[in-house]
Design a protein around this ligand. Structure first.
Ligand code: FE2
Length: 374
């Protein structure tokens, strides 16, 4: 029996792979994606970086693609899914299928799209003057830690034909699948502008809020967008890890805290800022601007294909007729804090911020009989 010089155990195959790729890694709690250094990424032929939010869980990561003016990526295919949000710039993405068919679509700032699993794809920056910055949320940590074989992940020919979707899914069209408030889905592969897509009411989450869940490229990745009207904020809640929250429109902030913590972590929103509600960490989002505030959340495990029992419980409920725990009061066994049950400091802080910004608050109606909002 020969003795190994370095016993190989406790391996994170994903992190080993990232190190071998030689790209910069941003590793923090809240991250301004515009400030993350990028460097040449040989695999893609453009500048890139990996983004690892602390508290991101086991399944998800982010990559940045920084396309120089006129630049394009080297075509890739891979056995992990990705949902891409355009932070700035304009360009197009071309998909090529095994029979030679191609599909391409043009994106701009605040577009959202998915690469169908293992479809060959290439991104082009349409501008000769400005860079394009894309951020991709992927399930590569899950996939690489499962197979720990780079050749299999990046050089497999199998085509998931059923994931290519309808032609109109690449032109901004889609299918609205109505289920119930909070569970309505927009099925497509490409959303031209998250700032203007129509959302649906989800009263349970508070104060006139609206949202839509996405099913992108019939994948397992999660993406949803929520909006808070002017003068309002959402109810606090908690769920499992892996969501990457990004501000799309408006200004505001989020508070995050674990059950036993006395103080809140505050993250101020800005275009390009991403942060993770960590595993079972309470979080609450606040609009302080005089226009509706929208945020995008991406992760692994969606409404059509929840990946874990916790996701199923959080989003859909487990028993017939049961609501998701994220919109059910903690008093009823769920994971949401109703306005009347929240720490009074939360409302006072927000009123201070609203006064500073000169924006009228519209929360009185949501505190029945308590006068807390006065
Ligand atoms: Fe949440």
């Amino acid at each position: 029996m020969s003795e190994q010089a370095q016993p190989r155990y406790g391996v994170d195959a994903y992190l080993e792979w990232v190190e071998k790729e030689g790209i910069p890694v941003a590793d923090d709690y809240g991250i301004d994606l515009f400030k993350v250094p990028t460097a040449h990424w040989a695999r893609y032929g453009v500048k890139g970086a990996a983004v690892h939010l602390k508290g991101r869980g086991d399944f998800a990561n982010m990559f940045l693609f920084d396309l120089t003016p006129g630049g394009s990526t080297v075509p890739q295919r891979h056995l992990y899914e990705e949902v891409i949000y355009v932070l700035e710039g304009s360009g197009s993405t071309q998909l090529e299928f095994n029979d030679g068919r191609k599909k391409s679509f043009e994106w701009g700032a605040r577009s959202l799209f998915a690469i169908p699993l293992n479809a060959r794809h290439r991104h082009f920056n349409a501008s000769g003057r400005e860079r394009a910055l894309l951020v991709s949320t992927t399930d590569l940590p899950l996939v690489m830690n499962t197979f720990h074989n780079e050749t299999f992940v990046f050089n497999t020919d199998f085509e998931f034909g059923e994931r290519a979707g309808k032609s109109e899914y690449y032109s901004g069209e889609g299918d609205l699948i109505t289920v119930r408030p909070g569970n309505h889905m927009w099925e497509t592969n490409f959303v031209p502008d998250l700032a203007s897509i129509e959302l649906k009411s989800w009263g349970d989450r508070g104060a006139g809020g609206t949202n839509i869940m996405f099913v992108l490229a019939d994948g397992t990745m999660h993406a949803h967008i929520s909006e808070m009207p002017v003068g309002t904020y959402k109810k606090g809640h908690r769920h499992g890890p892996g969501f990457h929250v990004m501000c799309v429109t408006g200004e505001g902030y989020s508070l995050l805290w674990f059950e036993d913590e006395k103080d809140f972590l505050r993250i101020d929103w800005g275009h390009g800022v991403v942060f993770p509600p960590a595993d079972r960490q309470f979080h609450q989002h606040f609009n302080t601007s005089n226009y509706p505030a929208r945020y995008l959340a991406t992760g692994v495990g969606g409404l059509r294909y929840p990946l874990t029992m916790m996701q199923r419980r959080s989003l859909l409920g487990v028993k017939p007729g049961e609501k998701g725990a994220v919109s059910t009061s903690i008093k009823e066994g769920g994971d949401q804090i109703e306005y009347e049950d929240q720490d009074p400091r939360i409302h006072r802080l927000w009123l201070d911020e609203m006064r500073k910004n000169g924006v009228e608050q519209k929360m009185d109606a949501f505190f029945p009989g308590k006068g807390q909002a006065a």
